[in-house]
Each structure stands twice: as structure tokens, then as C-alpha cells.
Design a protein around this ligand. Structure first.
Ligand code: GLN
Length: 548
């Protein structure tokens, strides 16, 4: 595979333990190159066998991030987009499952012309082709490739082998290898230990990869002595041993890496011209983040609340919107199930108790009926108590169900996802779909256009007449009921251009300070410096309500 445009490939591997924050490091690097004027993209190689993370449980894998072109991807892609402020594509996330299924399909089609199909070269070639595709399809000068998992995992082996080969394919001055490890502090002696890093680098070298840079996660600063020791045992030059201490906010990580000259080291290795880096906007954003003038508390009523990662884009979108309004938002994760009590009176009590001190409520996306009645009870509380409310996808569907039951008096109205027999299927299957669908890859995914009704809160928030937003769902508002809802006071302020699909519902301003539900996921498009208009409108409405 040729590299005629002299593109640069930076590979990030991890060792010692998982969850070292390689995704944030990759994102930070991306930002630092972008702010030097380079066209950069970031790709994640995930060694698991699922074809994509779309069918994986958020408890195991966190949020599924959806790209504009409709790929269900690893949550790290969300970080990448938020840091480099660039839309990524399907090709930016590669799983072992997608590689093997492509190779096996080619084998069945006879593409290998009778050859024996092996890990090397057929599988490794497929992996390398995807890396080249990412840089080509996104027309980038630099691609940062994060290899998921840790060195030594059985699944990662072929990915390590492929990135090893890349050096020979495209040249040593077009490739750089970064290894992220942990340097633990032993509390008994208050000593940083380098041995796990030594072993991890040894393991990496046994796969033929010699790291150019070490990034050491640690809760204590690395002394010169520790850096010397790491350098001695790993052959990484001392000034390329970079520390990465826990930061208060992930958005500070690029500043810490920049201060240690990480990009200078990489530029030397990659023969890239030294360019000034303009972090003024980023820094002033962090300054705003750290110096809020207002505080508020928003509850996310969800199903996967014991993991920080299941609603990560929602949390970040709230944060971005709040910073734009110089506000600190405390986010409370509330279990939807804890709001589903057996009797009506205890349910009302539970809801009032858990929601009373919130300034706003978000009901995020989700699948399956666990906790649904709690989410619907939440919407009822928010509507009746005029508590600012934002429903995202399933959250919007819950708002529709609640309105049907309590305003229109459609007894036991529901989505056919939760009650196929309901007399009032106000949320229903997409036309033309059937129950026999496979679970993976059968949804309305990615960008679809939405026309905004003039004079609506949504249109005012966007300051536009039409928008493109990312979707991930199977069910829709059932248009049979449009008129009944309209007459009872719910506005359909966003519709697909052909008017077949309801995209946004809202209660008009006079009726409620902020009550908006979107069938799409606005959270995927929020970036620190360009917060999403709907989230920002919600924060503004909360502040206005508190001040007024
Ligand atoms: N389960 C709902 C559907 O499939 C909502 C999906 C979501 O919230 N992403 O339509």
C-alpha cells in the first residue's frame, strides 16, 4: 500500500492495566496537531469479536457513539470528535469482528484465488488496508491509531503485528509508536514503581515494536531519577518519557502533554515541520470551566447508572452547554427503576423525593422496558411541576407516552416496544419493519434531516430552519395520533422534510419553561467550543427560571 502523500501514522498501545485513558491521550494529541494546522484523524482498533459495539451491553462497553454516517462505534470516538472538532466516519472504528468477517467473506467469494488464508498476511493486510482507508477517506495528513486493550491480550496480537508491519511499509520516519503505561505509587513506601512498565515494554518489544514515546499514567510526578530508570530499561530517550497525571478535567490533558513537549518529540521522529500551536480558545474555555458564575443540578434518569460511561455524550453535552453559560452543572445519575414503585402513591412519593431538588431533568436514550415506568413518571413530574425537561430518543418517546396517558387520557398508551398489545400504540415500529429483524444493524442510524417549525423553541435555539441530526432507533411517533396530540397542546416542532417522521416535540413556551423531546441524539454533536443549541437552550431556560 503506497504512502505517496507522505502521511504520518502514530500508533498508541497500552500496557500494565486497561482503562489508562488512551482515548483521552489520543484525543489530546489530535487536538495538539489540529491546533498546529494539520489535518488529523483518529482511528480506534478494537480487538473484540463483535462486528460493532451496537449490540453490546452499556455496562460492559459504555455508550455506543454514533457517527454522522451511521456507524455504531466505541465511545472513544466521541472523545475524538469532541477534541478534534471533526466528524469521523465508519472507517474510524475497526473491530476484530469486522476484520474477520470481511476476510471470511472474501474467502467465500474466492478473492484469495485458492491461497491459504492466514493471520499473516491476509488478516494483517485487511487491518492495514483499514488504517490506510481511514487516512484517505478523511483526507488527513496524520492518523492517530489507538489499539484497544493491553499488550499481551490474545485478541490484540494480530493488531500489534499489523502496526509493526506498517513501519516497514511506509517508512520509519512516517511512523511513531507511543506506549501508555501505569507507574503505580506504593503507598506503604510512597515510591513510584517502574517494574510494570519495564515488563510491558519488554512484552511490546517481543512483538517487534519499539516505542518512541512512553506516556506514564501516575498519581505522582515522575522524578528525573524515575525517568532515567525508565529510559535505561526501555531505550526510550529520557525526554520522551512523558508523565500524565490525573487531571481534574479531561480537557486539561492536552495542556499538560503540550507543556512537556510531546508534539516536539513526535515532530522530530516524524520529520514534521515545527509549527506554532494556538491553544488560546481551548485555554480560555478551560478557564470558563474552572470559574463558573452559576451552579445548577441536573438529573439523568437512566438505566445504567452505576457506570460513568453509559451516558458520556449526554454528560459532556450538558457540561459544554453549561460552560457556555458560565455555569457549573452537577449531574446526578438517578436509577429509573428506583422510580418504579408498586403502587401509585408510593411511586409519586419516590418521584417527588428523588426529583424535588433538581433544576432540570434529562431522560436519555435506551432500549428495553426495564425502568420505563419510572421514566414516564419522571416526565409526568417534570411536566406538572414545570421542571425543565429534555428527552433524548427514548426520553422523547416517554414524553409522548406520558402525554397520551395523562393529558389525552389514552389509558395504558405505550410504545409497541414495551407493550405490543396496547390499545394506543403512540410509538410504533418504523413502517415496513417486521418483528423478525436481526438485532444488529437494523436501526435508523446516523444523519437525517429535520425541518424546524418557525417560532418554536427548537427553531429559536438552532437559529436555523433545518438541521441534520444523528439517529439510533427503531421506533417512531405514530402519525395516526398527530391531530389528537396537537389539539391537546403538544407541538411537533421538528419533522422530517417529507413529514413522515416526528423529530422534535415540545410544549409551547407559555405552557412550560422548557419541555423538549428529540427523536434524534443531539448529544453526539456537542463539542466544547460549540455546545449543542438544544442543550444550551435548556441551560439558559433553567438559569432564567432560577433568576426569574
Ligand atoms: N428503544 C427506542 C427505539 O428503538 C429508543 C432508542 C434510543 O433511545 N436510542 O426506538
Amino acid at each position: 500500500m503506497s504512502n505517496s502523500k507522505n502521511r504520518k501514522f502514530i500508533f498508541i498501545t497500552g500496557g500494565v492495566v486497561s482503562s489508562l485513558g488512551k482515548g483521552i491521550i489520543a484525543s489530546s494529541l489530535g487536538l495538539l496537531f489540529k491546533e498546529r494546522g494539520f489535518a488529523v484523524t483518529i482511528q480506534k482498533l478494537d480487538p473484540y469479536l463483535n462486528v460493532d459495539p451496537g449490540t453490546m451491553n452499556p455496562y460492559q462497553h459504555g455508550e455506543v457513539f454514533v457517527t454522522a454516517d451511521g456507524a455504531e462505534t466505541d465511545l472513544d470516538l466521541g472523545h475524538y470528535e469532541r477534541f478534534i472538532d471533526r466528524n469521523l466516519l465508519r472507517v474510524n472504528n475497526v473491530t476484530a469482528g469486522s476484520i474477520y468477517s470481511a476476510v471470511l467473506q472474501k474467502e467465500r467469494q474466492g478473492d484469495y484465488l485458492g491461497g491459504t488464508v492466514q493471520m499473516v498476511p491476509q488478516v494483517s493486510n485487511e487491518i492495514k488496508a483499514r488504517i490506510h482507508s481511514a487516512v484517505e477517506q478523511t483526507d488527513s495528513e496524520i492518523v492517530i491509531v489507538e489499539v484497544g486493550g493491553t499488550v499481551g491480550d490474545i485478541e490484540s496480537l494480530i493488531f500489534l503485528e499489523s502496526i509493526r508491519q506498517m513501519k516497514k511499509d511506509v517508512g520509519a520516519n512516517n511512523t511513531a509508536y507511543i506506549h501508555v503505561t501505569l507507574v503505580p505509587n506504593l503507598s506503604a513506601t510512597n515510591e513510584l514503581k517502574t517494574k510494570p512498565t519495564q515488563h510491558s515494554v519488554e512484552m511490546l518489544r517481543s512483538k517487534g515494536i519499539i516505542p518512541d514515546i512512553l506516556i506514564c499514567r501516575s498519581d505522582k510526578s515522575l522524578s528525573e531519577q524515575i525517568k532515567q530508570k525508565l529510559s535505561l530499561f526501555t531505550d526510550v530517550s529520557e525526554d520522551s518519557v512523558i508523565e500524565c497525571l490525573d487531571a481534574k478535567s479531561i480537557y486539561e490533558v492536552p495542556l499538560n502533554l503540550e507543556a512537556q513537549g510531546l508534539i516536539d518529540r513526535l515532530s522530530d521522529k516524524l520529520a514534521l515541520p515545527a509549527r506554532p500551536c494556538d491553544l488560546t480558545q481551548w485555554k480560555s474555555w478551560i478557564d470558563k470551566l474552572k470559574n463558573p458564575q452559576h451552579r445548577l443540578k441536573i438529573g439523568i434518569i437512566g438505566k445504567y447508572i452505576n457506570t460513568g460511561d453509559a451516558y458520556i455524550s449526554v454528560v459532556e453535552a450538558l457540561r459544554h452547554a453549561a460552560v457556555a453559560e458560565r455555569t457549573y452543572v452537577k449531574i446526578e445519575m438517578i436509577s429509573a427503576e428506583s422510580l418504579c414503585a408498586s403502587s401509585e402513591s408510593t411511586k409519586d412519593e419516590a418521584v417527588a423525593e428523588l426529583l424535588a431538588d433538581l433544576d432540570g431533568i434529562v431522560v436519555p436514550g435506551g432500549f428495553g422496558d426495564r425502568g420505563i415506568e419510572g421514566k414516564i413518571a419522571t416526565v409526568e413530574y417534570a411536566r406538572e411541576h414545570k421542571l425543565p425537561f429534555l428527552g433524548l430518543c427514548l426520553g422523547m418517546q416517554c414524553a409522548v407516552i406520558e402525554f397520551a396517558r395523562n393529558v389525552l387520557k389514552f389509558s395504558r398508551a405505550n410504545s409497541t416496544e414495551f407493550d405490543p398489545e396496547t390499545a394506543y400504540p403512540v410509538i410504533d415500529f418504523l413502517p415496513g419493519q417486521s418483528n423478525e429483524l436481526e438485532k444488529g444493524g437494523t436501526m435508523r442510524l446516523g444523519n437525517y434531516p429535520c425541518k424546524l417549525q418557525s417560532g418554536s423553541q427548537a427553531q429559536e435555539a438552532y437559529g436555523a430552519d433545518a438541521v441534520l441530526e444523528r439517529h439510533r432507533h427503531r421506533y417512531e411517533f405514530n402519525n395516526t395520533y398527530l391531530d389528537s396530540f396537537r389539539k391537546a397542546g403538544l407541538s411537533f416542532s421538528g419533522l422530517s422534510p417529507d413529514q413522515k417522521f416526528v423529530e422534535i416535540v415540545e410544549l409551547p413556551l407559555g405552557a412550560h419553561p422548557f419541555f423538549v423531546g428529540t427523536q434524534f441524539h443531539p448529544e453526539y454533536r456537542s463539542r466544547p467550543l460549540t455546545p449543542h443549541p438544544i442543550f444550551r437552550a435548556m441551560i439558559k431556560a433553567i438559569l432564567a427560571k432560577k433568576q426569574g
